[in-house]
Design a protein around this ligand. Structure first.
Ligand code: PMP
Length: 357
């Protein structure tokens, strides 16, 4: 039944996040979280937090966090925008820069939230097919458009494109803003951050949710030239001034200072990923080479949906999309070595069971 006022409702087709199951014995390899905790300094900030500080509104500019990031990445504080996770940052970017009747461009297989934002902000979009190896063709991005966004490495494929591709797309589109979503870049890609000096239309987005083990703190940021960041802040301050809470600001700033811990954690995850690639290949899986903290794998024989359900029955959660071109694949987040051992043993059981029939 429809109510009379429904004609005026902004109807949305929302993004579906991965499940957050809880309970004992769950192995969660479905949302690309980091299996290791944030550094000790973050624990100290939480322990020392004075509850009286909670009375006050947080700093609207997240100054401590912005300055820590500016120092870490060698840019001016005026070139950084902070948001509540990179989802918030990208949502603000869509609202600010994708404001034309020409289509926003992104790959056909990519982060499914892009389409959701395009819909909610009522901007047209056009998806450009990746090739059979899930690679982008930069020539596709030389058509009329109202902006461009893509992740590098891409999600859910894990495929990393070289900086030359980013540069070719940015150079070919001086009249549109090009957003590179670098949520997974720390796991083996090279950030295109230095290119923001050369291309005034280029903006990069990163997150604390993956490489910095802080998905629950909701911290994301964009880096670009001062003018882009000013427009972005003008929109943000027209929607909600107090987005980032006080504790996340403090914990985020602490995390950025712990570079040795950060690099060690990344090294562990990369090693586990490379081991997991070998073991999955031995079991008959194939996958595009991943430079992210997940592997996008299909099995030669066994159906992905069945593997997904059989893993879930064993309390191992991975991600599966029943969508064209990718329904044969599972996206498996890299956990600890122990978690990956359990996954591989479970997969052996599931696959051998099938082959006995
Ligand atoms: N971009 C990509 C490509 C992602 O996979 C994710 C994680 N779902 C995000 C952005 C958003 O992450 P967060 O909001 O936690 O920073």
């Amino acid at each position: 039944m429809e109510f009379l006022w429904e004609g005026n409702v902004r109807k949305a087709n929302p993004y579906t996040p991965g499940e957050q199951p809880n309970g004992q014995g769950v192995i969660k390899l479905n949302t690309n979280e980091n299996p290791y905790p944030p550094p000790e300094l973050v624990a100290e900030v939480l322990m020392d937090y004075n509850r009286d500080s909670a009375r006050l509104y947080p700093d609207t500019n997240s100054t401590a966090l912005t300055e820590a990031l500016a120092k870490r990445y060698g840019v001016d504080a005026s070139q950084i925008f902070i948001g509540v996770g990179s989802d918030d940052v990208i949502s603000m970017l869509f609202m600010t820069f994708f404001n034309s009747s020409k289509p926003v461009l992104f790959p056909d297989i990519t982060y499914s939230f892009y389409e959701v934002w395009a819909d909610i902000y009522k901007v047209p979009f056009k998806t450009l097919p990746l090739d059979e190896n899930f690679r982008m063709n930069p020539a596709d991005y030389k058509i009329e458009n109202g902006g461009i966004i893509f992740p590098n490495p891409n999600a859910p494929t894990g495929v990393y494109e070289p900086l030359e591709l980013v540069e070719e797309i940015a150079a070919a589109n001086p009249g549109a803003v090009v957003i590179v979503d670098e949520a997974y870049v720390d796991f083996g890609g090279v950030s295109c951050l230095p290119l923001i000096e050369k291309y005034d239309n280029l903006i990069i987005v990163q997150t604390f949710s993956k490489s910095r083990s802080m998905a629950g703190m909701r911290i994301g940021f964009a880096v670009g030239n001062k003018r882009l960041i000013k427009f972005l802040n003008d929109v943000k301050f027209s929607v909600n001034s107090y987005t980032m809470n006080h504790i996340s600001q403090l914990c985020g700033a602490a995390s950025v200072k712990c570079d040795v811990y950060f690099k060690n954690t990344l090294e562990k995850i990369i090693n586990t990923r490379e081991n997991t690639k070998r073991r999955l290949a031995e079991l008959g899986f194939s996958f595009p080479d991943s430079k992210a903290n997940f592997i996008f794998a299909r099995h030669d024989v066994k159906n992905a949906g069945e593997i997904f359900n059989a893993l879930k029955a064993r309390k191992i959660y991975v991600r599966h999309w029943n969508k064209p071109r990718i329904s044969d694949y599972l996206r498996i987040t890299i956990g600890t070595d122990g978690e990956m051992d359990t996954l591989i043993e479970a997969l052996k059981g599931i696959i051998n069971h099938e082959q006995n029939f």
